[in-house]
Ligand binder design. Structure first.
Ligand SMILES: *[C@@H]1O[C@H](CO)[C@@H](O)[C@H](O)[C@H]1NC(C)=O
Length: 209
């Protein structure tokens, strides 16, 4: 009996690791019913090829205003991805455009430079930075949950495609999560050594418009 308990205790961490990715599908597909948010499957006999294709990233988003745009193609906007454990993103950069430090809590990302020259990197939990300039055709991996960033350092428009091992990787932009949320102002001033004037400038910049 005691042996069985000890065996289970040893096993528990591994079971948790296995549960950390999207669950395996139990059907060929499960196109999410767009009418509900519980991701029930659309009747599979009514599926068509249109359920498995997506045209929303044929063209870049509007990157001219801020220098950067990204269109996340996850199961929320492409219901055919539901239960399949993958999704992706298209990001476009104007010259000098920046994808601010951010993280995806539920997925590792592999980013492919389709066009341009991108300074690209991530920070590990020891605050070590791994970064370099990627040329067109090169790929970088951003491990799950780690903060990463990109900047167009070429002299033309740049585009990347990122793919994720989750149908819904989630996105936390660090500046917005910190300064664009409703975290207590006194706390933020103390945490970052900011005057209230400096803080209100940052809050204005990163609050949802
Ligand atoms: C799915 O659609 C088919 C064809 O319209 C129908 O015969 C079947 O009863 C439907 N199944 C369910 C579970 O609604």
């Amino acid at each position: 009996m005691l042996n069985k308990v000890a065996f289970l205790l040893v096993l528990v961490p591994f079971i948790i690791v296995v549960m950390a990715s999207d669950p395996d599908p139990i059907n060929d597909f499960c196109i999410a019913n767009s009418e509900d948010t519980s991701f029930s499957c659309k009747n599979s006999s009514t599926a068509t090829v249109e359920d498995f294709t997506f045209s929303g990233i044929k063209y870049p988003g509007n990157f001219k205003k801020t220098g950067f745009s990204s269109v996340a193609v996850n199961s929320n906007i492409f219901p055919g991805l539901n239960t399949l454990g993958v999704s992706f993103v298209r990001a476009d950069f104007d010259v000098g455009g920046v994808n601010v430090p951010h993280l995806h809590p539920r997925a590792t990302e592999v980013a492919f430079v389709l066009e341009g020259k991108i300074y690209s990197g991530f920070v590990d939990t020891k605050n070590k930075v791994f970064a370099k300039v990627l040329e067109k055709g090169e790929v970088m991996v951003f491990p799950r949950g780690l903060v990463h960033f990109q900047m167009n350092v070429g002299d033309g428009h740049a585009t990347i495609l990122g793919s994720f091992d989750s149908q819904n990787p989630g996105l936390v932009r660090i500046p917005n999560a910190v300064f664009g949320s409703e975290i207590n102002e006194e706390l933020l001033e103390k945490a970052f050594g900011l005057s209230s004037k400096e803080l209100s400038r940052l809050k204005k910049r990163f609050s949802p418009s």
